[in-house]
Design a protein around this ligand. Structure first.
Ligand code: SF4
Length: 432
């Protein structure tokens, strides 16, 4: 009997990547053949995102495209959009299965239970009923592995729909996470990105501490590098900073959501820190890790954001000088408090503010990468090959390129960083 083919489509965050990769392993262990996203398939699995209206639209378009390309294929949709609007997805022609985030882990079994194409089978649940923890990590797709350690969020930021899509903050025990890291090491991966929804809030359901998780992972043989995918500023403690500075494995790379440099707007957003507190966290990181890569999230166009608020944010960013900005125009999300806030910002104004921050980001990132020229550093080369070159990242996340050499893929090499090109990539000269 011909093996059934399955393809996977991940929209959104690192967490979704880790979960899709885990689902894919279940299908492969069940005898299915995994095919490329655009290849003909008998089953198409979508792990959706709903962080913006655009993400929902992207998922709807993807469903229609897959149904056109594979009219007989089973289409199964899970993820945050499926959690928040299961019937909206179920009404789209071609959909056979819609699974909430709480049921995501049962997707493989649910697909096997289907007798063929027909009306959509919808497994939905309310936010308060999202209690399951779907253990997940990504493999095979990239050189670094996304390891899920936490899910859900108990914060209620005024613009955010993730809390409603992912439920309350929960995690698996440190001992089980260490076992996952050992499995990843056994598969030859060298780098792990620790990921979650509110990663630093780890420990809600086990009473354990995030710092203890980091210390336990630090002892896993075979993993040489760790990155923390993102951490709320109020959860980035002095103890975590000191530990990352002293550990040879935890990289000097921090992704910290700021959202606004205006305390008035931070208050409206219901964030849990002030710009002063945020700046103090950055200063603490820099005191112990002056070479650290600091990436910052910023939302522009939040209701009530005046020109003066935006200028305050711009000046604040110029002062703290992050290495990179992740810039998001505010997106109205149903069910969030901010959707009812007055003083909405015109989209043309938000677009102009995004452009201004993109220019600032380009300058800041160029400066950060240029500072590496002439230094010696270590790079983990990845399998990406472009124009005869291979690419990798230093510990503090500078991208480095060198002539392709298969023997150096997935190895950590010592290099001297030479010229920076227009993409802010640094040429590497091998030291050994
Ligand atoms: S911390 Fe705020 S922005 Fe982040 S997931 Fe939780 S509610 Fe959303």
């Amino acid at each position: 009997m011909q093996q059934r083919r399955v393809n996977f489509h991940t929209l959104g965050c690192k967490l979704n990547f880790s979960e899709t990769s885990t689902l894919a392993r279940q299908f492969e262990e069940g005898g299915f053949v995994r095919v490329a996203p655009n290849a003909p398939a008998d089953i198409c699995v979508i792990n959706s995102c709903s962080v913006t209206e655009h993400a929902d639209k992207k998922c709807r378009n993807l469903i229609r495209k897959l149904h056109r390309q594979n009219p007989d294929a089973i289409i199964a949709v899970t993820g945050c959009y499926a959690q928040l609007k299961p019937y909206e997805i179920g009404d789209i022609e071609g959909v056979d299965l819609v699974l909430s985030n709480n049921d995501k882990g049962s997707l493989y079994r649910r697909v096997l239970e289907l007798s063929g194409k027909g009306r959509a089978h919808i497994y939905s649940c309310d936010t308060d009923d999202i209690t399951s923890f779907f253990a997940a990590f990504s493999t095979g797709d990239r050189t670094r592995t996304f390891l899920k350690v936490q899910d859900g969020c108990d914060y209620c930021c005024a613009y955010c729909t993730i809390h409603y899509a992912r439920g309350s903050s929960r995690n698996m025990p440190i001992a089980d996470i260490v076992k996952e890291a050992e499995r990843i090491a056994a598969e030859g991966q060298k780098e792990i990105v620790i990921t979650g929804v509110n990663t630093g809030d780890f420990g809600r359901t086990t009473g354990e501490k995030f710092i203890d998780l980091l210390k336990a992972l630090n002892e896993v043989d075979g993993i040489e590098r760790y990155r923390i995918s993102s951490i709320e500023p109020n959860l980035l403690t002095e103890e975590i900073i000191e530990f990352c500075a002293s550990s040879p494995k935890f990289q000097h790379h921090f992704h910290i959501p700021l959202q606004s440099g205006s305390d008035r707007i931070l208050g409206l957003m219901r964030r849990r820190y002030t710009s002063k507190k945020f700046a103090e966290r950055i200063a603490s990181v820099r005191r112990l890790m002056p070479d650290a890569f600091i990436g910052i999230d910023v939302i522009v166009g939040f209701p009530g954001e005046s020109d003066e608020d935006f200028r305050t944010t711009y000046r604040f960013l110029e002062e703290v000088r992050p290495a990179f900005l992740h810039i998001f125009p505010y997106s109205e999300r149903p069910g969030t408090p901010a959707i009812h806030f007055p003083d909405k910002v015109q989209s043309s104004v938000a677009t102009r503010r995004v452009q201004e921050l993109e220019e600032l980001c380009d300058r800041l990132h160029a400066d950060f990468c240029q500072q590496g020229v002439g230094e010696e550093d270590t790079v983990l080369f990845e399998s990406t090959r472009r124009n005869g070159m291979m690419f990798g990242y230093t510990g503090n996340y500078r991208r480095v390129k060198a002539p392709y050499d298969a023997s150096k893929i997935n190895t950590i090499c010592r290099v001297k960083l030479l010229n920076m090109d227009e993409n802010h990539d640094l040429e590497a000269e091998f030291c050994d």
